[in-house]
Ligand binder design. Structure first.
Ligand SMILES: Nc1ncnc2c1ncn2[C@@H]1O[C@H](COP(=O)(O)OP(=O)(O)OP(=O)(O)O)[C@@H](O)[C@H]1O
Ligand SMILES: [Mg+2]
Length: 337
C-alpha cells in the first residue's frame, strides 16, 4: 500500500443519487438509498461495508439486473461515458431492451457473488463463453470457440481444449471462479464489476484470482468495481475506496488516505475491527450494535445509533457526502461538516 502520484482522473462511470427500492407487501426495502460513486478510467474502485448495506444491489442496478417488480430504480443516474462525447444513462434504459443487452457483457461485465447461479449447469463451459462472444464480437462459431479456448488459457486453466467440453459441476470452486472471469473478460469489457469474486475460495486461490484480475486489467486497460467485505483485498487491489453504510456511501478516498486518515466513525470502526496488513492495530474492537433494517425510516444519520461521537444534530438531520480537505476525500458526517 503506497501513495501513488495520480494522472488526471477521467470518469468512466458516474452514479449519482441512485435509489433502488424493493416494494414488498409488508414494507419497502430501501436497499440503495442515494448512492454516489465515480469509477475512473483504468482504475480500480473498492466498495466495502457490512453485509446488507447495498453493495450487490448497487452492482445489479448498474447491470440493470434488478428484477422489476418487486425492485425498481426509483431515482438517480448511472452515467456511462463512452470514448467519444456520448454518455448513456443506464438507469433510463429499458432493462430488457437491445441497448442494455449490448452494453451488458460487451462494455460492462460482471463476476457474480455466486458463480453457480450465473453459470448454466446444463451447458458446457465452451458453449457458455462462445455464446457471449457470438453475441458481441463475431458471428463465426469456430472463431467464438477459439476465443473461448484462448480465454481459458488466459485464466490459467490447464488443458483448456478438453475443459471446453466440461460442465460447471466438473470443476472445482477456484476453477469455476476462473471460468467466470474468462466469461466476463471474453469481450474486453471496459468495466468489470466483481461482486465478492474470491470470498468462497481459500486464501491461496484467492491470491491467484486477484493477481489474475490485475494482470488482465492491465492488459485490457479496463476499470474494476470491486465489491468485497475484505479490507485486506481492497488495500492490495484498489486505487480508491467507497465505504457504504445502509444504502449510502459514507466515505470515499484514495486507498492510502482511507487507511491512514479515515474520517467517518464507521470507517474507523471497520478498520479497528479487522486486522489489516500494513496498518498498526493494537487490539481489535468490534463496532457495537447492528446495521438498522433497510425498510425502517431513519431520521438523521443512519450510523448515529452506533456512533461513539454522536451529537444532537446526528439524530435530526442526514449528513451529505462532502469534500473535507480538497484531496478528493469525501465524508458524510456532521463531525466534519
Ligand atoms: N430481491 C430482493 N428483495 C427484497 N430485498 C432485497 C432483495 N435483494 C436485496 N434485498 C435487500 O437489500 C439490502 C441490500 O442487499 P445487498 O444484497 O445489496 O447487500 P450486500 O451489501 O451485497 O451484502 P453482502 O455483503 O451480504 O453480500 C438488504 O437489506 C437485502 O435484504
Ligand atoms: Mg452482496
Amino acid at each position: 500500500m503506497e501513495q501513488k502520484p495520480k494522472a488526471a482522473p477521467e470518469p468512466l462511470l458516474e452514479i449519482k443519487n441512485l435509489k433502488t427500492y424493493f416494494f414488498l407487501e409488508r414494507a419497502t426495502v430501501k436497499a440503495v438509498n442515494g448512492v454516489n460513486l465515480t469509477l475512473d478510467r483504468q482504475s480500480t474502485l473498492g466498495v466495502v461495508g457490512e453485509s446488507g448495506c447495498g453493495k450487490s444491489v448497487t452492482a445489479h442496478s448498474i447491470m440493470r439486473l434488478i428484477k422489476e417488480p418487486p425492485g425498481k430504480i426509483v431515482e438517480g443516474e448511472i452515467l456511462l461515458h463512452g470514448d467519444g462525447k456520448q454518455t448513456v444513462d443506464l438507469a433510463k434504459l429499458n432493462r430488457r431492451g437491445p441497448e442494455i443487452r449490448k452494453i451488458r457483457g460487451g462494455q460492462i461485465a460482471m463476476i457474480f457473488q455466486e458463480p453457480m447461479t450465473s453459470l448454466n449447469p446444463l451447458r458446457t463451459i465452451g458453449d457458455q463463453i462462445a455464446e457471449v462472444v457470438l453475441l458481441h464480437q463475431t458471428s463465426n462459431k469456430k472463431q467464438a470457440m477459439e476465443r473461448a479456448e484462448e480465454m481459458l488459457t488466459r485464466v490459467h486453466i490447464a488443458e483448456p481444449r478438453q475443459r471446453l467440453h466440461e460442465y460447471p459441476h466438473q470443476l472445482s470452486g477456484g476453477m469455476r471462479q476462473r471460468v467466470m472471469i474468462a466469461l466476463a473478460l471474453s469481450c474486453n469489457p471496459k468495466i468489470l464489476v466483481a461482486d465478492e469474486p474470491t470470498t468462497a475460495l481459500d486464501v491461496t486461490v484467492q491470491a491467484q484470482i486477484l493477481e489474475l484480475m490485475r494482470e488482465l486489467q492491465r492488459e485490457f486497460d479496463s476499470s474494476i468495481l470491486l465489491i468485497t467485505h475484505n479490507l485486506g483485498v481492497v488495500s492490495q487491489m484498489t486505487d480508491e475506496i467507497a465505504v457504504m453504510y445502509l444504502g449510502k456511501v459514507v466515505e470515499f478516498a484514495d486507498v492510502y488516505t482511507l487507511f491512514h486518515n479515515p474520517k467517518h466513525p464507521y470507517t474507523e470502526g471497520l478498520l479497528k475491527s479487522v486486522p489489516v496488513l500494513g496498518r498498526k492495530t493494537k487490539t481489535l474492537v468490534p463496532i457495537r450494535g447492528m446495521v438498522p433494517n433497510a425498510s425502517e425510516d431513519i431520521r438523521g444519520c443512519a450510523f448515529a445509533e452506533r456512533c461513539p461521537h454522536r451529537m444532537q444534530i446526528c439524530n435530526e438531520q442526514t449528513p451529505e457526502l462532502k469534500s473535507v480537505n480538497g484531496n478528493g476525500q469525501l465524508v458524510a458526517c456532521w463531525l466534519h461538516a
